[in-house]
Write a protein that binds this ligand. Structure first.
Ligand SMILES: Cc1ncc(COP(=O)(O)O)c(C=O)c1O
Length: 343
């Protein structure tokens, strides 16, 4: 059944595709972007030789629009997504889309789909998916001569089923990225290689995989398509650093909030798999995941439980409360973090 605004149950949405009213679309040809426009399409027609189809020349972003208590709509750090997409584009030899134009395009497409932004406190948000693909006639391995940049949106509920209830994860034998590869870029290839490990994890009833550093397989890097953080017994917020981790905007926001709002010490560095005992809590964080507490991690025969398999830990909860209060406009945000769509 095609979803309509009338038959949407805002409080019970999954993280599933849905058509909405408008998308933004812009074309790069002869070395420049056109002005772009809103249309009501949900398909793209591209040449069969397009580099996006054969050589993975495509990048994307994921962000959200939030409805405030007053009924306003706001974005959370959209310039950071624009900058990260520009970096991903550079890595794949694609033209970047200027940061200010990116933010304006996101604002335009959200405003055009205003009625699809879920109500405050429904537990749902409007997910925003910008992407760019290399298109046009081509057959050799080289950057495309033409590109499409587009943004579409849809209302979504929680990414991991548990929400704030902890779920369990399993260490994968597979890697999502290579040591000097494209792990730090948001490119489709990283996700294609994560499909099988993700499937194997789901088959064993885990929420997703834990990916280790691809060079030594001794350190935690990512949690499925989210970053990893943990809290030590003496309240230090710890998160891994590695050039093959996607730099999560949520993670860097939490680092800042832990230090400046919660007065915690923070540290970005190696998180060794054989030292999980130093942490009292752990979680996955990202735009889609928000904060998902990690109950336990299966590593071979070992199963390590953090705070609890059923209850969110107090520090994780406080981080969640602070982050979401800012995103939904209930707490004053650090300067420049919030971009209003409509007041
Ligand atoms: C592999 C991966 N890591 C981390 C994240 C979290 O990043 P962010 O907080 O910017 O959404 C995402 C989602 O975008 C991701 O796909």
């Amino acid at each position: 059944m095609k979803k309509t605004l009338q038959n949407l149950d805002w409080s019970n949405l999954g993280f599933t595709y849905m058509d909405t009213d408008y998308r933004f679309i812009s074309y790069w040809k002869d070395g420049q972007w056109d002005t772009g426009s809103l249309d009501s399409g949900n398909t793209v027609t591209i040449n069969q030789g397009s580099t996006a189809l054969h050589y993975g020349q495509q990048v994307f972003e994921g962000m959200k629009a939030y409805r405030t208590k007053e009924g306003d709509i706001q974005l959370f750090r959209p310039e950071e997504n624009a900058k990260r997409m520009a970096k991903s584009c550079q890595r794949l030899m694609m033209p970047d889309y200027p940061v200010d134009q990116f933010v304006e395009a996101v604002k335009a497409v959200v405003k055009a789909n205003e009625s699809w932004v879920p109500p405050y406190e429904s537990g749902s948000t409007l997910y925003i998916r910008p992407y760019m693909i290399g298109v046009g006639e081509n057959i050799g391995v080289k950057p495309a001569a033409e590109y499409i940049f587009s943004i579409f949106v849809m209302p979504v509920g929680p990414y991991f089923k548990g929400g704030l209830t902890p779920t369990n994860f399993i260490v994968s034998d597979y890697d999502r990225a290579a040591p000097h590869g494209t792990g730090a870029a948001k490119v489709g290839g990283n996700y294609a290689s994560s499909l099988m490990p993700g499937h194997l994890a789901h088959q064993r009833q885990f929420s997703d995989c834990i990916y280790l550093d691809p060079a030594t397989h001794t350190k935690i890097e990512e949690v499925g398509s989210a970053n990893f953080f943990a809290i030590t017994h003496d309240d230090v917020f710890v998160t891994p650093y590695s050039p093959s981790i996607l730099p999560s905007i949520t993670k860097y926001s939490l680092l800042y909030l832990a230090e400046h709002h919660l007065g915690m010490k923070v540290s970005e560095g190696d998180v060794y798999l054989d030292q999980l005992g130093m942490f009292k809590e752990a979680g996955a964080c990202g735009t889609a995941a928000v904060i998902s507490p990690i109950g336990g991690i299966q590593n071979g025969e070992d199963f390590h439980v953090f705070y609890s398999e059923t209850e969110v830990g107090p520090v994780t909860y406080e981080l969640y409360r602070t982050l979401t209060a800012i995103q939904f406009g209930d707490l004053e945000a650090p300067e420049g973090w919030i971009v209003k769509i409509k007041d």
